[in-house]
Design a protein around this ligand. Structure first.
Ligand SMILES: Cc1cc2nc3c(=O)[nH]c(=O)nc-3n(C[C@H](O)[C@H](O)[C@H](O)COP(=O)(O)OP(=O)(O)OC[C@H]3O[C@@H](n4cnc5c(N)ncnc54)[C@H](O)[C@@H]3O)c2cc1C
Length: 496
């Protein structure tokens, strides 16, 4: 080791950014105060990620996000070191060996809330206790800290609207600020770098990071820009050019009406706080510049979506069982979901014979992302019309999404399946054909992903007749929407 003062270690996880990063700023401050060098690491967990159904496109996006992060860190003279642990149970040992090798005296990271992550962090803290002066964790994932929004009785909220009201009151009374830039701390010297590199890969080139990811199953994500700079560019471009129209366009899948920044939020390239601060500043400018009510409403609606994200994070933190495949409403576990493998496969592959559902699934399979309206439509179709267990859909989405994020994915699925808190009432079942007519009126989205239907007129494209299906080589609908809807409602009603 280089120095008998040891070093301070920041462990990057779902916080792949330098700005507004509470644990990273705190680690740098501690290092500066103690005159110790700051060292940074990231742990690759191939088997755990597989068990968590991380999509190959999401893992490729992670790889590219790490390349950007490592390059930003290198510019500061602070190399990033990649460790590998098979799964979360081996992380404590891997970190223990690293901490010993680099003589780390303090470990910093931002909290993660699902059960496995929480257990891993407790095991790490326990294992490092004899070796290290302190392990510090910070609240980061949500805009307002988890457990900070409570009812008058001190209970967690179960319904979004009062939660949002309370959330906005807190945000208005104690304005949200960003974490300051990290203080200048000492950089690791050659001796420390070589001690770290004995047990890890120094991520100083894209090639080094690629080789550390070489055993993982990846799907090219290069259609989606990665890294902190790209995240800010996209956030600002959206706020400048599209947010004012958000309320009008957000439910139109054929339009560029939403920000598509979910992938940055999912791996922490961008923080929710940064989005909120940029959006509220833009809204203030619009208001003071005398912009139309619609424009102001557009940004307010977008902020509401950020609050939905916070709501789902808060729900998962207060109910960790949600991360273990359990429904919020436990009585819904009595539902006897159908066993229909052919139906599930048709849904996955976009062969249900319902054009909007199929186009949406093609969008997911081809791009790794799906429009929010369509996530609700396809999830309702799976859980209400096919009456298949929501957990199968939740898992399939995770296996495909570039922005797969457990609290939001679980929240969205339980909302659609009517098993969650403040979920869609079981009797409110979306009709995917009516959804198609309302949200893709000229069929532009369907035409894009189902080119075999492109020649149909704007009316038939939502529900082609028998002959049109035959001519286009498009399948018959695999279910009768009306009958399956009625049956789903009966089955929920029977729960009492
Ligand atoms: C069944 C289902 C599964 C979902 N799975 C995920 C998931 O794995 N990861 C994920 O990030 N989102 C998920 N969502 C929420 C939402 O669909 C996506 O966040 C959104 O489509 C991302 O696109 P965007 O960035 O353009 O969103 P925008 O419309 O621009 O919204 C801005 C941000 O607000 C947040 N947000 C928007 N809508 C929601 C919502 N309904 N719930 C929670 N947060 C929201 C996202 O972080 C999003 O990036 C799911 C929704 C459903 C119904």
């Amino acid at each position: 080791m280089s120095d008998d003062k040891g070093c301070v270690l920041h462990w990057f996880r779902n916080d792949l950014r330098l700005a507004d990063n509470p644990a990273f700023t705190a680690a740098a401050t501690k290092a500066a105060d103690d005159e110790r060098p700051l060292l940074c690491c990231f742990v690759i967990c191939p088997n755990q990620w597989q068990q968590h159904d991380a999509a190959p496109i999401k893992l490729d996006f992670l790889r590219r996000s790490l390349i950007e992060l490592a390059s930003a860190l290198e510019k500061l003279g602070k190399p990033l070191f990649l460790l590998t642990a098979d799964d979360f149970t081996t992380v404590p040992k891997v970190l223990e060996d690293f901490v010993e090798a680099v003589d780390a005296r303090a470990l910093y990271f931002n909290e993660e809330y699902a059960v496995n992550e929480h257990r891993r962090d407790q095991a790490v803290a326990k294992r490092l206790k004899p070796l290290i002066e302190c392990v510090h964790s910070y609240r980061d994932q949500s805009i307002l800290p988890v457990k900070s929004i409570r009812t008058n009785a001190g209970e967690p909220y179960k319904v979004f609207t009062p939660y949002k009201r309370s959330w906005l009151e807190v945000a208005d009374t104690s304005p949200i600020s960003l974490w300051p830039k990290p203080s200048k701390s000492r950089n690791p010297d050659k001796k420390l770098i070589s001690a770290a590199a004995e047990l890890s890969v120094r991520a100083d080139t894209a090639k080094a990071i690629d080789s550390a990811f070489s055993k993982l199953d990846l799907i090219d994500s290069s259609d989606w820009a990665a890294g902190e700079d790209a995240a800010h560019d996209e956030l600002e471009a959206f706020i400048e050019s599209y947010a004012e129209d958000y309320d009008r366009l957000r439910d139109r899948p054929a339009e560029d009406g939403t920000s598509r920044i979910s992938r940055f939020l999912a791996n922490g390239t961008l923080s929710g706080r940064q989005c909120y601060v940029v959006a509220t500043e833009a809204r203030r400018r619009l208001k003071s510049g005398g912009a139309s009510e619609d424009a102001v409403k557009g940004i307010s609606t977008w902020i509401s979506e950020l609050i939905w994200r916070d709501f789902y994070i808060h729900l998962m933190t207060d109910n960790p069982r949600l991360s273990m495949h359990q429904p919020f409403k436990t009585e819904t576990d009595k539902l006897k979901w159908n066993d229909d493998e052919a139906g599930f496969e048709a849904w996955c592959e976009g062969r249900t014979g319902i054009p909007l559902v199929d186009a949406a699934m093609k969008q997911l399979n081809q791009t790794g992302w799906m429009h929010n309206r369509l996530r609700m439509v396809t999830a309702m179709f799976l859980t209400k019309n096919l009456f298949l267990d929501w957990r199968r859909g939740e898992q399939y989405f995770m296996q495909k999404l570039i922005d797969g994020y457990l609290p939001s994915n679980n929240g969205g699925w339980q909302w659609s399946a009517s098993t969650g808190t403040d979920a869609a009432p079981y009797f409110r079942v979306f009709n995917p054909v009516s959804q198609s007519r309302s949200h893709d009126p000229d069929g532009a989205f369907i035409r894009k992903y189902l080119p075999e239907l492109a020649s149909l007129d704007n009316k038939s494209i939502h529900e082609p007749d028998k002959n049109q299906r035959k001519d286009c080589g498009y399948p018959e609908a695999i279910v009768d929407l009306k009958a399956t809807r009625a049956s789903a409602i009966e089955r929920f009603k029977a729960l009492g």
